[in-house]
Design a protein around this ligand. Structure first.
Ligand SMILES: C[S@@+](CC[C@H](N)C(=O)[O-])C[C@H]1O[C@@H](n2cnc3c(N)ncnc32)[C@H](O)[C@@H]1O
Length: 380
């Protein structure tokens, strides 16, 4: 440990253990001891993974920007062949391809050529993943000085990328809106699949998706549950894209679009369930509390609210959500990744009961909290 001075207060048992684990003599002993050597090695690998993670992400960005995975879909290629197409020297191309293979996205063949590996093929198959990697350039800049970022001394660019979080006025530029709506809609397929698999939709006759973007989640619900009526509520400039989506999905007769802002307008009534998919984590506790009050008011007695988004692990910090999403939403300035317990408390404060949480089986896609408005369940 770097600070080897005697502690000012008597260390706890955990503290004494920390000092022991951090001592070079102890580490040398573990590295020499059969059985423990393996643990020491895997801890070393895990630690180096933490240290080098940003280079892995930047290698991935280079692979995406140069469309290397796409170029290898049909046939393997040698560094020299790809170098010319990508405008790199052969040597630099070889570095990138070797890194891609080390990350499991490519496979290095015996003849020195590189092929697309299964992980690379799967990466290309996930809608929105390439766009997600590309837009990380903004977050990467925002985190260049993480201490200044955490002290609030920087002006994060991600806040401008998602202008709607500051209110309807910020979302006036159709080009900006199209960029984030497409990114959201592309990544929605996985969120919808997990939500439909892990949340019970039985008994719902009319679902309103608030902050539902261009209707991608509702389209998935509509296809999985042919009897449910659908309502979409989002900012006017955002819902413009929903008409074509519902028409293409054959849902125009079942779906109603309500343009509006949940900051300024009451929510339309009539739905016996309201979903909030990746909406709460964009906003402050104050905005969320006000939104949940409106959700409560719009539901009939017994009506259901469904929250689906990535959540903090809370008492059990989660590697996927408590690092990436926590910093991401902090860079948006207004947002926060909350634990299921925190969301449950906000729902209870809004008057909901029967609050149930479900940790997602892919927590980096979504986890879920559902609750009911007290009173009789709405008639089917
Ligand atoms: C992170 S996106 C999620 C979109 C969609 N639910 C999904 O999961 O793909 C948040 C959505 O909330 C909407 N939103 C933000 N502020 C809003 C407001 N004041 N009123 C209505 N919708 C709003 C945005 O336009 C955007 O579509």
């Amino acid at each position: 440990m770097t600070d080897s001075a005697a502690p000012a207060v008597a260390p706890t048992l955990r503290g004494r253990l920390n000092r022991l684990i951090g001592s070079p003599r102890f580490q040398a002993l573990i590295a020499r001891t059969p059985g423990l050597r393996r643990i020491s090695r895997s801890e070393g690998v895990a630690m180096f993974d933490l240290i080098s993670g940003f280079v892995q992400s930047q290698s991935l960005l280079a692979l995406v920007e140069l469309r290397v995975l796409h170029r290898l879909v049909d046939t393997p290629a040698a560094p020299a062949a790809l170098a010319a197409d990508c405008g790199l020297t052969e040597r630099r191309m070889a570095i990138l391809l070797q890194a891609g293979a080390a990350l499991g996205l490519l496979k290095r063949q015996r003849d020195g050529r590189f092929a697309l590996a299964q992980r690379g093929a799967a990466f290309l198959g996930v809608p929105g993943l390439e766009a997600m990697v590309r837009h990380h350039a903004v977050l990467y800049k925002d985190l260049a000085d993480p201490v200044a970022f955490l002290k609030g001394e920087t002006d994060p660019g991600l806040a401008q990328f998602w202008p709607y979080v500051f209110g309807a006025a910020g979302a006036a530029d159709p080009e900006v809106v199209a960029t984030y709506s497409n990114l959201m809609a592309d990544s929605q397929a996985l969120v919808a699949a997990d939500t439909l698999a892990q949340v019970d939709f039985r008994g719902i006759t009319h679902l309103m998706d608030v902050g539902g973007g261009t209707g991608a989640f509702l389209a998935a619900v509509g296809q999985a549950h042919p009897a449910i009526r659908l309502s979409l509520f989002d900012l006017p400039v955002v819902v413009e894209g929903a008409t074509a989506r519902f028409a293409a999905a054959g849902l125009s007769d079942r779906a109603t679009i309500h343009p509006g802002s949940f900051r300024d307008d009451d929510l339309p009534r009539g739905a016996d369930a309201i979903s909030l998919v990746r909406v709460l984590f964009d906003h402050s506790d104050e905005t969320v509390a006000a939104l949940l009050k409106r959700v409560f008011a719009a539901l009939p007695p017994g009506g259901r609210v469904i929250v689906s988004e990535t959540m903090s692990g809370g008492a059990h910090p989660d590697r996927t959500t408590d690092v990436y999403f926590a910093f991401y939403t902090a860079a948006m300035r207004t947002g926060r990744v909350r634990s299921a317990d925190e969301i449950a408390a906000l729902l209870a404060a809004a008057g909901f009961e029967n609050v149930r949480a479900r940790w997602g089986y892919r927590p980096f896609i979504a986890s879920f909290v559902t609750a009911r408005k007290p009173g009789m369940q709405a008639a089917a």
